[in-house]
Write a protein that binds this ligand. Structure first.
Ligand SMILES: CCCCCCCCCCCCCCC(=O)SCCNC(=O)CCNC(=O)[C@H](O)C(C)(C)COP(=O)(O)OP(=O)(O)OC[C@H]1O[C@@H](n2cnc3c(N)ncnc32)[C@H](O)[C@@H]1OP(=O)(O)O
Ligand SMILES: CCCCCCCC/C=C\CCCCCCCC(=O)OC[C@@H](O)COP(=O)(O)O
Length: 273
């Protein structure tokens, strides 16, 4: 019994010691803490969302946004946001942003407009309490392995955007990427905006490479710059315009990414279709 009491005491002594001496320990500790804390927050948010809205409802994103806002402090991260005025756009729109890591959720919650939810891979719904809270927040799940299914879900989403006056946040790279540049954009977000005839608002996260390096197992404190760019109108566009709309958005976002990123470890040049 006496020995059991000593375990938490020992942990309380060893963890700060390791935090001061081993950057690899800090990396794993912060990653574990992030996932575990998000799971706990989701567990708390689930009954709140059910009580407030009775089930799946985009208004639950307000609760989720509120619950997540403090997590940046616990991980030693700070956001510098510019271009707030571009989000002051009435009605539905599509937000597009680059995608480096699951930490992007913190930036997303930092600036998430009202009545805005995201498009996510369907696997996320199975992520325990986080999956359930994503479902309650109205997140639209797509099957990336079946393009025809994903296209039809997104066509429905275009209709819902207009019927329910909602905004959708899409990661057009389609996967997480930390190669020091943007991946070529998938087309879904642009079809979505053109089908709904709503503007696109590009948002750029600066490179995380000055504080978070997956291969080198480093997760330091740091600043993330978030740049919200002016909206791109799609009124009058058709599916023929999707490629040029995607290219234009890519060029604008890449220029902003390079501009706001301090240190860029670019292994390859930009890859274009
Ligand atoms: C309290 C605690 C709280 C915790 C809370 C946590 C909250 C978490 C929220 C955050 C979640 C974040 C999750 C992020 C992700 O999951 S990112 C991964 C999933 N997202 C995406 O993949 C979106 C981007 N992908 C696309 O848009 C793709 O285009 C896709 C629709 C998936 C199709 O994929 P693919 O076939 O690989 O892509 P292509 O772009 O090459 O398209 C192939 C052809 O189809 C045409 N196309 C595409 N979409 C459409 C469409 N909607 N309508 C018509 N046609 C379409 C496209 O033009 C291509 O044809 P052509 O080559 O042009 O002829
Ligand atoms: C039953 C237990 C399952 C545990 C699973 C843990 C799930 C993670 C929990 C908390 C992390 C915080 C919020 C995570 C939101 C992550 C969204 C995300 O970044 O998904 C990745 C997706 O964009 C692209 O996936 P890939 O890069 O293609 O792969």
């Amino acid at each position: 019994m006496d020995v059991l009491w000593m375990i938490p005491l020992l942990l309380l002594m060893i963890i700060p010691l390791l935090m001061c001496t081993s950057s690899t320990f800090v990396f794993y500790f912060k990653k574990f803490f992030y996932v575990a804390w998000m799971m706990v927050l989701a567990l708390i948010a689930i009954p709140l969302c059910i009580l407030k809205s009775g089930g799946r409802d985009i208004e639950n994103m307000r609760i989720i946004r509120f619950m997540v806002r403090h997590v940046k402090y616990l991980l030693g991260l700070r956001f510098e946001v510019s271009g707030w005025e571009h989000l002051q756009t009435e009605g539905p729109y599509v937000v597009i942003s680059n995608h480096q890591s699951s930490l992007d959720v913190l930036g997303l919650m930092e600036i998430l407009p009202d009545r805005c939810t995201t498009i996510a891979k369907k696997e996320l719904v199975y992520a325990g309490t986080v999956g359930l809270i994503c479902w309650l927040g109205g997140i639209v799940f797509i099957n990336r392995k079946k393009t025809s299914d994903a296209k039809s879900v997104m066509a429905d989403a275009a209709k819902t955007m207009l019927d329910d006056q909602i905004r959708l946040w899409v990661f057009p790279e389609g996967t997480r990427n930390q190669n020091g540049d943007l991946l070529p954009f998938k087309k879904g977000a642009f079809h979505l905006a053109v089908q709904a005839q709503v503007p696109i608002i590009p948002v750029v996260f600066s490179s995380y490479s000055n504080f978070y390096l997956r291969k080198e197992k480093q997760f330091k404190s740091g600043v993330i710059r978030l740049k919200i760019l002016p909206k791109i109108e799609t009124k009058g566009m058709t599916s023929d315009d999707v490629s040029s709309l995607s290219d234009k958005s890519f060029d604008l976002m890449r220029a902003a990414f390079l501009d706001i990123s301090d240190s860029i470890t670019r292994s390859n040049g930009p890859v274009r279709h």
